[in-house]
Structures are given as C-alpha cells and as structure tokens.
Design a protein around this ligand. Structure first.
Ligand SMILES: Nc1ncnc2c1ncn2[C@@H]1O[C@H](COP(=O)(O)OP(=O)(O)OP(=O)(O)O)[C@@H](O)[C@H]1O
Length: 266
C-alpha cells in the first residue's frame, strides 16, 4: 500500500495483515509514515497504490463514516474528545454511532465511573486517553487503530492502558493496529510487528522474535531491511496478502479481518 499528500508518497512500501484478536505494532521513527498509514486505512488519505482490504473486500472507495459503521475505529493522536462535554456525554455520543451500550467503557476502565460527570477538557492526559480508548471500545470495533497512545503520558500510565487493549482484543476478537513510540511497551502486548522507516517497510514478523533479538529492531530503525526482505506475516488472512503485480512493494495490500473472521467474531 502506498499513500501520501498531493503528489508526494510518504508511504511507499507497506504490507500489513491484522487477524481477528491480533495486536499488530506499527513501529518506526518520527516521520516514518505511521500516522499517514492509519489515515489511509480510514479513508482520510488516498490509497495511491495497493489496497486496503476489510472482511475480504476492498474498502478504499468507502467513506470514513461507512468504515466506522463496518467496525473500523480510529483513536487519533489528538484523542478526538469534546472538551466541553462530560466524560459520560463523550462516551454516549460514541456509543450511538454503532448503537451500542456504554457499559463496556466502565467495565474496561472502572476508574472512569467517578469521573463520569467531569468535563473531558479538565481531565489529566492519562484520564483523557482512558476516555478516548473507552470511547472507541463502546463503538464495538472489529478493527481498532490506535495512534500514539503514549503521547504526552508517563510510561507508568501507558503500562496500565495497554493491557486493557490486549484484553479487549482477546475477549472481543478485535484486530488492533497499535502505532507506538514506546517500543518496549508495544512489544509487551503485540503479537506481530511491522517497522516502517522513511515510508518503506524494513521489518515484519512476530513480536516474540524482536523481544528476543532487539538488534533486529535496531537495524530496521536504521533503515536496514531484513536479509531476504520482510518476513511473511504469520498465517495471513484473506487472499493475496502478498499479491503480485506491477510492483510487489506498492501493490501489497493491507489486509484486515476476513469475512470468515467477521462471522466468527460477531
Ligand atoms: N499534512 C501533511 N502534508 C504534507 N506532508 C505531511 C503531512 N503530514 C505529514 N506529512 C509528512 O509525511 C511523512 C510521514 O508523516 P507521519 O506523521 O505519517 O509519520 P509518523 O511515522 O506518524 O511520525 P510521528 O511519529 O512523528 O507522528 C513525514 O515526512 C511528514 O512530514
């Protein structure tokens, strides 16, 4: 998949597969193209080559609104809260988008209950991030894209939030793409990892391998591709996770849960 701004392609070579219940860490240095990738997946940036595939179908022509209704939910870097509404009102607004209950917000984040009547804008950064994540969970996502959850937060707070994401992925069979600068924390919950550097994919494979061989991660951050090219994702879903074509790099799609996984998880 390739994407960018105007004529400039800032992501040129990315192939990413997310299975139901899987957490994929999308890592890489500043400016690598991670945020742009999420924006392309949600229809906010054009897909200039390749494809984005959800439940076995291309969704590049779908509107962002329609993608949300299909269960593709994005937690942006800026958290997307309404600061002048209370926590309860922020959650209620989101739960209505897919006509879901707000209960999961308080089940997954019990610390939000005493904050329900507070204005979102006066909360601490960690509390706001909790509301943002809870607001995503009440939309009952099938695929959740989380951008820089740790931005502006102390690692100790991030350490409390990430396991909730892991639990949600496991319990609801939700596929998660986690963009994160705190590599160690991301590797702590990820099943697999894709590393982007200057818009090119420099590593892909199981997170366990990077936990044991941090030197591979270092090499990918320095821009060195794995010997022999990026690893195949484990058990890719959907057809043609590494489709051939005019250019293998830019024709490779992003594959989100396949139709059969949708049926299993709904
Ligand atoms: N609105 C924009 N117009 C033009 N170029 C942009 C725009 N937003 C980002 N870019 C460029 O696209 C490239 C990728 O940026 P992106 O934000 O996707 O990277 P990132 O990996 O998420 O980095 P960071 O961790 O710093 O957010 C960068 O070179 C950036 O300058």
């Amino acid at each position: 998949m390739a994407t960018g701004y105007g004529d400039a392609r800032v992501v040129r070579d990315l192939s990413l597969t997310v299975r139901a219940g899987e957490v994929v860490g999308l890592l890489g240095p500043n400016g690598a193209g991670k945020t742009s990738t999420l924006l392309a997946m949600t229809g906010l940036l054009p897909v200039m080559a390749g494809d984005v595939n959800l439940y076995g179908e291309s969704v590049v022509k779908r509107s962002t609104h329609k993608l949300v209704r299909l269960g593709l939910v994005h937690v942006p870097e800026q958290r997307g809260l309404f600061p002048k509404l209370t926590v309860a009102e922020n959650l209620a607004l989101r739960s209505r988008v897919r006509k879901q209950s707000v209960d999961p917000a308080y089940d997954y984040f019990p610390a939000l209950a005493p904050l329900a009547k507070r204005l979102a804008g006066v909360l601490s950064g960690g509390e706001q991030q909790m509301v943002a994540l809870a607001g995503a969970l009440v939309m009952k996502p099938k695929v959740l894209l989380v951008d820089e959850l740790s931005l502006g937060l102390a690692p100790i707070i991030v350490e409390k939030l990430l396991p909730v994401l892991r639990r949600y992925a496991d319990e609801e069979r939700c596929g998660v793409v986690l963009v994160e600068q705190h590599v160690r924390l991301a590797l702590g919950i990820a099943d697999s990892v894709v590393v982007l550097n200057h818009g090119e994919q420099t590593h892909a494979g199981p997170a366990a391998v990077l936990r044991e061989h941090p030197e591979l991660l270092e090499a990918s951050y320095l821009g060195a591709s794995d010997p022999g090219g990026p690893a195949e994702p484990t058990e890719p879903v959907g057809a043609g996770a590494r489709a051939g074509g005019p250019s293998r790099a830019t024709a490779a799609p992003i594959v989100l849960p396949s139709q059969s996984e949708k049926e299993h998880s709904s």
